[in-house]
Design a protein around this ligand. Structure first.
Ligand SMILES: CC(C)(COP(=O)(O)OP(=O)(O)OC[C@H]1O[C@@H](n2cnc3c(N)ncnc32)[C@H](O)[C@@H]1OP(=O)(O)O)[C@@H](O)C(=O)NCCC(=O)NCCS
Length: 147
């Protein structure tokens, strides 16, 4: 259920600090700024804005004929309000303008993330043991454009 009304739009440089905070608190990586530089060169870098504050982001790319969800995160205070779904839906709409299939990887333990992907129609198509540097496996998901 959508509990709050957010605006999803393209990232712009003034959003940097907001995204950095969400990235840090969501993934706890010391090199969060490098990830944001990487996001900024992808085909789609979207943010969700609520009352002028960045509360989430989603990143996607197009590689030949395949779209990819690179990353998505929502400010912890605003999770379970439909913001992730809203961001992902907008990202998928954008990617499906260019491709018929979208793929992604997700940590096997990341229940919120893979539940969100399944909620939007993604189906698990594979599993890669030890995919992540810490040894955790990845579930591979795929979604085809409805014809
Ligand atoms: C994954 C994430 C982006 C979801 O964002 P969100 O705004 O909380 O998600 P939504 O409120 O839009 O939830 C949509 C659906 O996803 C599923 N879902 C979301 N969080 C869930 C949880 N904690 N447990 C189970 N299912 C969950 C539900 O099906 C939910 O629908 P419902 O609320 O109607 O049951 C958020 O949990 C997050 O930022 N996690 C940390 C970053 C991360 O792991 N990103 C993904 C890897 S790149």
């Amino acid at each position: 259920m959508m509990l709050v009304s957010v605006r999803v739009r393209r990232y712009s440089p003034p959003d940097y600090e907001g995204v950095l905070w969400i990235e840090n608190v969501s993934f706890g990586r010391r090199d969060a700024h490098l990830y944001i530089s990487y996001y900024a060169i992808q085909d789609y870098f979207l943010v969700a804005e609520l009352d002028g504050e960045v509360v989430g982001y989603a990143v996607g790319s197009v590689l030949d004929t395949v779209g990819k969800v690179v990353s998505i995160a929502v400010h912890p205070m605003y999770r379970r309000c439909g913001i992730g779904k809203s961001l992902l839906k907008t990202l998928l709409d954008n990617l499906f303008r260019h491709v018929e299939i979208i793929r992604l990887e997700v940590r096997e333990s990341n229940v919120p993330a893979y539940s969100l992907y399944e909620r939007l129609g993604f189906r698990q198509t594979g599993f890669v043991p030890g995919y992540y540097p810490d040894g955790e496996g990845a579930r591979i998901y795929e979604l085809r454009r409805e014809t």
